[in-house]
Design a protein around this ligand. Structure first.
Ligand SMILES: Cc1cc2nc3c(=O)[nH]c(=O)nc-3n(C[C@H](O)[C@H](O)[C@H](O)COP(=O)(O)OP(=O)(O)OC[C@H]3O[C@@H](n4cnc5c(N)ncnc54)[C@H](O)[C@@H]3O)c2cc1C
Length: 623
C-alpha cells in the first residue's frame, strides 16, 4: 500500500495548550512545522475550568507572553470576565485570572495556527516514533504515513490510553467524548521510555436556566481590566463582562457523598491513576476535610454561546444518580439540570526525570516534550512547557544554544527544574510557594525579566525589546529621583497623612521613606511631589513596588547571588559517578538517573546530601 512520506524540520504531536505554543514558536523562527491532533475542532480545547490564570498560573501566562508566546494574546481576545486576585496581599501573589469563552478561545487559537507561515495542521493519530541509534527521526500515523523530521515534540496531554470514568461507567475515550489514542504508548515503551498513569477529574456542567442565582453571591469582574499580554492595548479589553456566582455545599451534600462512597470509582478501586492533591474531587474534600461543614462552589459560564455553567469546586466521578442528588443539595441548584456529567480521566504520561532542562529526552536525542504529558496539570503549565520545548527543539535544529531559565529568573524555570529534578508522584501544579524567589518573579515585571531572552531567541521584535529597554530606563530614573527627593513638612502633606491614617510628621521626610509606609504608596503622594512628571501606569507600579519592598528585594537578590554561584558550577555531561570514591550509594543512584547540569541542580535532588555535594566538588577539583 503506497504511503505518504513527508519531510519537516519539526513535528509537534498534539494541538493542546502545549502543542500550540511549541508549533507557533518553531514556525515563527522560520522552521517548517507539522502539528498533529486527533481532531482539528479541538485545538486548544479547555476540557476543564473555563479560565486562564489565577495564583501562580497568571505568572506563567505573563512569562509566556514576555517570551513571545501566544496564550496571553489569545485570552485577551476571548475573555468574558477578568479579575486581579490577591489584591489585598503583596505584589508577589497578585495574579490575573480571566474567564474564557471556551469555544472562542479554541477557534481563535486555530485561526492563528492556520494562518501562520511554515505551519501545517494535520488531523491524524500518531502511532509510532521512528528512532535510529538513539536519535528520533520522525513519526508514523495510523494510516502508515511517515513524517521524517529533525526533531519531534510530544504534547499528547491527557489522550494516551485515556479512560473516562464516572460511577460504574468506564470508557476508553478522551476528554469531551473525543477519541483516545491507543498505540503511541507502546511505541514509547519500546524505546525505553518510562511511563506513569495519572488521573484528573472535572465537575458537571449544568444548564444556567435551572439555577436560582438569587441564592448565590455574584462575583463580578474588575472594573478596569488589565490585559494578560504586554502587547495588548488596555483600551481594547474594557468590555461588558459576565459574572460568576459563589455558593456552598452543605451537610446534605456531604451526607449523600458519604452514603455512596462505596460507589465512587475513587474509593472502589476502579481508578488506578494518581490524581492531583491540589485539585481534589468533592468526594476527597468531604473525606479529607470532614471537619468542614461546607465547601465553596463557583458557577462559571463556559461561554457567551451557551447556557452551560461549570460547577467549580465539585469535580467528581460519582455515579450519575448520585451526581444528580448531590448537585441539587447546593443552594441555588435545587432544580438544576446536568448537561454534562462530572467524570474522572486516566491517561499515560512520562516520568519527567527522563528529560533535560531543555525538555529533551536524555536517552533519545531530538525528542522533546511538553505539557500534561510531562506529568504537570493545567493549561498554563502546559503552555509554558510547550513554548520552551518549541524554542529548544528549534534551537537544536538551528544549531544554537538551548534556552534554560533558572529558578531565580522565571516561574517557568521553577516549573521545569522541579519536573526534571524532583520525584513527582502526582500531576504537578504550579504554586507561588514553589518559587523561593517569588518576590522577584512577580507577574508585573515578567517583561523586564524575560523580553531580552525572547528577543535573543527571535520571538520578540526589536521594537518590543526596545520598549522594555526604555521602560526600564524610566523606572530606574524615577527611583533615583524619588530616593533623592526630600519633602518639607506642609499642610498638604499632613492632610494626606491624616486622610490615610498615617503618622503625622514633626519635620520633613524623604519621599522614599514615606512611600515605604504601609498606608501610603507612590500614587497617594503625587499631590505633594511637585517635581514628578507624567509616567505610564506600568512604570509607576514598578517604581512603587521597588521602593516599597526595597529591603525585601535586596535581601532576595543576595540569596540569588548565592544560588547563581551554585548554578554556575557546571557538572560535565558524561561524568562517571561510580568513579567518585566517597559518594554514598543512594546519591550515586540518584545522580546517575537525574544527571544534573550543575551543582545547584544536584543539591536539589532528594537523596543527595550536602556532604555528597562537597565530595563532588572535591572530585571536580573545585572546577
Ligand atoms: C477531565 C479533565 C479534567 C481536568 N482537570 C484539570 C484541573 O482540575 N486542573 C488543571 O489544572 N487541569 C485540569 N485538566 C488538565 C488540562 O486540561 C490540561 O492540563 C491541559 O489541557 C494540558 O494541555 P496539553 O497541551 O498538555 O494537552 P491537551 O490539552 O490534553 O492536548 C493534547 C493534544 O494532543 C493531541 N494528541 C494526543 N495524542 C495524539 C496522537 N497520538 N496523535 C495526534 N494527536 C494527539 C490531542 O488531539 C490534543 O490536541 C483537566 C483535563 C481533563 C481532560
Amino acid at each position: 500500500m503506497p504511503v505518504i512520506k513527508e519531510y519537516y524540520d519539526i513535528a509537534v504531536i498534539g494541538a493542546g495548550h502545549a502543542g500550540c505554543e511549541a508549533a507557533l514558536a518553531s514556525a515563527r523562527l522560520g522552521l517548517s512545522i507539522i502539528i498533529f491532533t486527533v481532531n482539528v475542532d479541538s485545538i486548544a480545547l479547555m476540557p476543564c475550568n473555563p479560565n486562564i490564570g489565577g495564583t501562580s498560573k497568571g505568572h506563567l501566562v505573563k512569562e509566556i507572553d514576555a517570551l513571545g508566546g501566544e496564550m496571553g494574546k489569545n485570552i485577551d481576545r476571548t475573555f468574558i470576565q477578568s479579575k486581579m486576585l490577591n489584591k489585598s496581599k503583596g505584589p508577589a501573589v497578585h495574579s490575573l485570572r480571566a474567564q474564557a469563552d471556551k469555544s472562542e478561545y479554541s477557534r481563535s487559537m486555530r485561526r492563528v495556527l492556520e494562518n501562520t507561515e511554515h505551519l501545517t495542521v494535520k488531523q491524524a493519530e500518531v502511532t509510532e516514533l521512528i528512532v535510529e541509534h538513539g536519535v528520533c527521526k520522525g513519526v508514523k500515523t495510523l494510516s502508515g504515513a511517515t513524517y521524517y523530521c529533525k526533531t519531534v515534540i510530544l504534547c499528547t496531554g491527557v489522550y494516551l490510553n485515556a479512560r473516562c470514568i464516572f460511577g460504574e461507567i468506564s470508557n476508553n475515550i478522551g476528554p469531551n467524548g473525543l477519541q483516545a489514542v491507543t498505540h503511541l504508548t507502546d511505541s514509547l515503551k519500546a524505546h525505553g521510555v518510562e511511563m506513569f498513569r495519572f488521573k484528573t477529574g472535572t465537575p458537571a456542567r449544568v444548564d444556567k436556566r435551572t439555577i436560582n442565582f438569587d441564592k448565590m453571591e455574584e462575583q463580578k469582574g474588575d472594573e478596569r481590566v488589565i490585559p494578560f499580554s504586554f502587547s495588548t492595548d488596555p483600551k481594547n479589553v474594557q468590555i461588558d463582562q459576565v459574572s460568576c456566582w459563589l455558593t456552598y455545599t452543605n451537610e446534605k451534600t456531604h451526607e449523600i457523598i458519604r452514603k455512596n462512597l462505596h460507589r465512587s470509582p475513587l474509593y472502589s478501586g476502579m481508578i488506578h491513576g494518581t490524581g492531583p492533591r491540589y485539585c481534589l474531587s468533592i468526594e476527597d474534600k468531604v473525606i479529607k476535610f470532614s471537619d468542614k461543614n461546607r465547601h465553596q462552589v463557583f458557577l462559571e459560564p463556559e461561554g457567551l454561546y451557551t447556557n452551560e455553567m461549570y460547577v467549580g469546586g465539585m469535580s467528581s466521578s460519582m455515579p450519575e444518580d448520585v451526581q444528580d442528588a448531590m448537585y441539587r443539595t447546593v443552594s441555588g441548584m435545587e432544580n438544576v439540570k446536568i448537561v454534562k456529567n462530572a467524570y474522572a480521566i486516566e491517561y499515560d504520561c512520562i516520568n519527567p526525570v527522563q528529560l533535560s532542562s531543555a525538555l529533551e529526552f536524555k536517552k533519545i536525542k531530538g525528542l522533546f516534550s511538553g505539557g500534561q504529558f510531562n506529568g504537570s496539570s493545567g493549561y498554563e503549565e502546559a503552555a509554558a512547557q510547550g513554548l520552551m520545548a518549541g524554542i529548544n527543539a528549534s534551537m537544536k535544529v538551528l544549531g544554537r544554544n538551548s534556552l534554560i531559565l533558572d529558578r531565580s529568573e522565571a516561574y517557568i524555570g521553577v516549573l521545569i527544574d522541579d519536573l526534571v529534578t524532583k520525584e513527582i508522584h502526582e500531576p504537578y501544579r504550579m504554586m507561588t510557594s514553589r518559587a523561593e524567589y517569588r518576590l522577584l518573579l512577580r507577574q508585573d515585571n515578567a517583561d523586564l525579566r524575560l523580553r531580552k531572552y525572547g528577543y535573543q531567541i527571535g520571538l520578540v521584535s526589536a521594537k518590543q525589546y526596545h520598549d522594555v529597554f526604555l521602560k526600564e530606563k524610566l523606572i530606574q530614573k524615577e527611583i533615583d529621583r524619588v530616593e533623592h527627593t526630600y519633602l518639607r513638612i506642609s499642610e498638604d502633606l499632613q492632610k494626606i497623612l491624616q486622610e490615610k491614617n498615617s503618622m503625622l510628621l514633626n519635620s520633613g521626610s524623604s519621599l522614599a521613606e514615606l512611600i515605604k509606609r504601609p498606608e501610603l504608596d507612590y500614587m497617594s503622594l503625587s499631590a505633594v511631589d511637585l517635581c514628578r512628571s507624567y509616567l505610564p501606569q506600568n512604570v509607576q507600579e514598578q517604581v512603587n513596588i521597588n521602593i516599597k519592598y526595597d529591603g525585601y528585594i535586596k535581601r532576595q537578590l543576595k540569596q540569588v547571588e548565592q544560588f547563581k554561584k551554585m548554578e554556575a558550577k557546571k557538572i560535565p555531561e558524561y561524568i562517571d559517578y561510580d568513579q567518585i570514591g566517597n559518594l554514598r550509594i543512594e546519591a550515586k543512584q540518584k545522580l546517575k538517573i537525574y544527571r544534573p547540569m550543575n551543582i545547584g541542580q544536584a543539591s536539589r535532588i532528594s537523596g543527595v546530601s550536602p556532604a555528597d555535594i562537597s565530595v563532588i566538588l572535591v572530585y571536580l577539583g573545585g572546577k
